[in-house]
Ligand binder design. Structure first.
Ligand code: IYR
Length: 250
């Protein structure tokens, strides 16, 4: 730590209410945060590298059937599971499916729901108009072609082994952040994914035999993109369309 920086132990002027309070630290364990100190130039380099990697990510809808080692899926889930969560409840379960029979059942059920969405107009005209540039339809062949389907469940409440329950907090926010980290981890290792949300998707809980406290949040086919796969020519919003800065500099 550079000398000119305040220090949690010694600086009494910056925080009159230090965290943890001495009383809290007596009752719950705290450890010093293992923060990697990085200089500004290196931070800038990393920021640009992550941004450049992120810019190349695309949702793909045709995956190669090539197998992907289970260890890679495990690494992505482990990374996703570092997400912050309300009251540190970690209210998520990832179910990773490579079994062809289970994938086929999921595809069949998803296509049945999507047929109603697309062909029987369960999605209204405005929704269908929004999806038109993506060209999605009720065919979901990627669900059994992709080597893995990773289904992310939210735990609406905690169900303990003895059958008792506890509240979870900010479940959607927590699981959404975990989903984002999962997408980034999969892309960063050189694989592709697609956040797929067949609607309704309660069938996933039945097919995958999940407990009553769990509700499917999003499903991720994971694999290599089919070589030559095409994606819509979309434009991402520019920084000034998504960022408002109030820096007090006028
Ligand atoms: N769940 C449907 C429809 C769909 C909805 C959105 I929002 C998309 O960005 C893409 C598709 C499906 O998966 O086809």
């Amino acid at each position: 730590m550079p000398d000119d920086q305040p220090d949690a132990e010694s600086d009494e002027s910056l925080y009159r209410h230090p965290y943890p309070s001495p009383d809290l630290a007596d009752r719950h364990p705290f450890v010093e945060h293992d923060h990697e100190v990085v200089d500004d130039a290196e931070m800038r380099r990393r920021a640009e590298a992550f941004r450049a990697t992120s810019e190349r990510r695309r949702s793909v809808r045709m995956f190669s059937p090539d197998p992907v080692p289970r260890a890679l899926v495990e690494a992505a889930v482990a990374a996703a599971s570092t997400a912050p969560s309300g009251a540190h409840k970690q209210p998520w379960t990832f179910v990773a499916v490579a079994d062809p029979d289970v994938k086929a059942r999921i595809r069949e059920a998803a296509e049945a729901e999507e047929r109603t969405n697309y062909l029987d107009n369960r999605m209204n005209a405005e929704w269908q108009e929004a999806l038109a540039p993506l060209g999605t339809d009720h065919h979901k062949e990627f669900l059994d072609v992709a080597p893995w389907l990773v289904v992310l469940f939210e735990q609406r409440y905690e169900l303990r082994d003895d059958g008792s329950t506890r509240k979870n907090y900010y479940v959607k926010e927590s699981v959404g952040i975990a989903a984002g980290l999962f997408v980034a981890a999969v892309h960063d290792m050189g694989l592709a994914t697609l956040p797929h949300t067949p609607s309704p998707m309660a069938f996933l809980r039945t097919i995958l035999g999940r407990p009553e406290n769990e509700r499917p949040f999003v499903m991720f086919p994971v694999g290599r993109p089919l070589p030559g796969v095409r994606v819509p020519d979309l434009r991402r919003k520019a920084l000034d369309e998504v960022l408002v800065v109030l820096d007090g500099m006028g």
